[in-house]
Write a protein that binds this ligand. Structure first.
Ligand SMILES: [Zn+2]
Ligand SMILES: [Zn+2]
Length: 331
């Protein structure tokens, strides 16, 4: 049994952290806890949560911003550029908007901010000696380009019948179920490619770029090496096999792109008039950025617990993680 006395050390290290040790937030628990699952469903899907907002955004983009699927039957620069431009604006609006509000305007000061520090400046570790500019560079070049590439290829496949599609009218139940399952699929896929990226060979060549961000901010979410972008975004290839709908594809695009800016905001929630209005980052992934060899997945999935890589925020967790890292790099 881990003691709460460990909190004092963690409290010195962090500006803010949730109650420790972290509770088991996985939706895959045995025996199942119906009340917990109901609460999860309510919090994620039956309120104005970040997921619901993303679905609303996906519908809006489908209706007004992205080209119609018929347009995508043949590749042409016009509609591809349109998709790229929409994704560019969306990424700048979400990551830039959060960065402006939380770090420039300091809209909620350091309330619910995990790390004490501000983004790094005047440090040669970063392109342009500036963490935010460096992160923007990787996000807005390779990040948006590959997000767009996956999207236009999938749209083209859907338009030509190479990728299976459904209509809401014919398959309303699957439409809704697929919507709920997509983030779970994404988390499953992310865990495995992320473990692969932590194999020292791949880590040093590719993933270390994302991990220079120990103190993360909204622009860190999609700041990755181009090869990591490719692996990370390959989650979207599920639409090539499983019957979905363009709205579900766009939801998935938002989830992988701007969604990562939200989950890397460096703050746990967005406060509006002192009320937690929107979930942003998790301490779970923040621990991954600080200690590396732990919490590869996200807290909804059971993998870290099952495979013994879970850091629950206590000093023991830190000790175990450091030991794991030492062993991994021994050879
Ligand atoms: Zn990592
Ligand atoms: Zn990350």
């Amino acid at each position: 049994m881990r003691q709460t006395s460990h909190q004092s050390q963690m409290s010195r290290e962090w500006n803010y952290h949730p109650d420790l040790p972290l509770a088991n937030a996985s939706i895959f628990q045995w025996p199942p806890r119906p009340a917990f699952l109901l609460h999860w469903l309510l919090r994620n899907w039956l309120m104005l949560s970040e997921r619901v907002l993303m679905v609303i955004a996906a519908i809006g983009l489908w209706a007004f911003a992205y080209p119609a699927l018929q347009t995508a039957e043949n590749f042409a620069w016009g509609w591809v550029a349109q998709v790229w431009a929409v994704n560019m604006v969306m990424m700048v609006a979400v990551a830039g908007g959060l960065h402006w509000y939380l770090y420039m305007r300091k809209g909620q000061g350091k309330q619910l901010k995990f790390d004490h520090r501000n983004p790094a400046k005047n440090n040669r570790l970063w392109k342009f000696s500036n963490q935010v500019h460096d992160n923007m560079f990787w996000t807005l070049t390779s990040g948006v380009a590959q997000l767009t590439a996956f999207q236009v290829v999938t749209m083209w496949m859907m338009a030509n019948g190479y990728a299976p599609t459904i209509s809401f009218a014919d398959h309303p139940v699957w439409f809704v179920l697929a919507m709920v399952l997509l983030p779970i699929w994404s988390a499953f896929h992310f865990y495995w490619i992320h473990r692969l990226l932590h194999v020292p060979f791949f880590y040093q060549r590719f993933h270390a770029l994302h991990h220079r961000n120990i103190n993360i901010g909204p622009w860190s979410g999609v700041s990755m090496h181009p090869l990591e972008h490719l692996l990370y975004l390959s989650s979207l290839a599920i639409h090539w096999i499983v019957p979905t709908h363009p709205i579900l594809l766009y939801f998935h695009i938002i989830y992988q792109g701007p969604g990562a800016a939200m989950s890397h905001a460096g703050y746990e929630d967005l406060l509006i008039r002192d009320k937690r209005r929107l979930a942003l980052g998790t301490f779970y992934h923040q621990l991954h950025h600080r200690y590396y060899e732990c919490n590869y997945g996200n807290q909804e999935m059971p993998w870290d617990r099952w495979f013994g890589t879970f850091h629950d925020g206590t000093d023991e967790g830190t000790k175990e993680t450091k030991e794991r890292r030492r062993k991994m790099y021994q050879t």
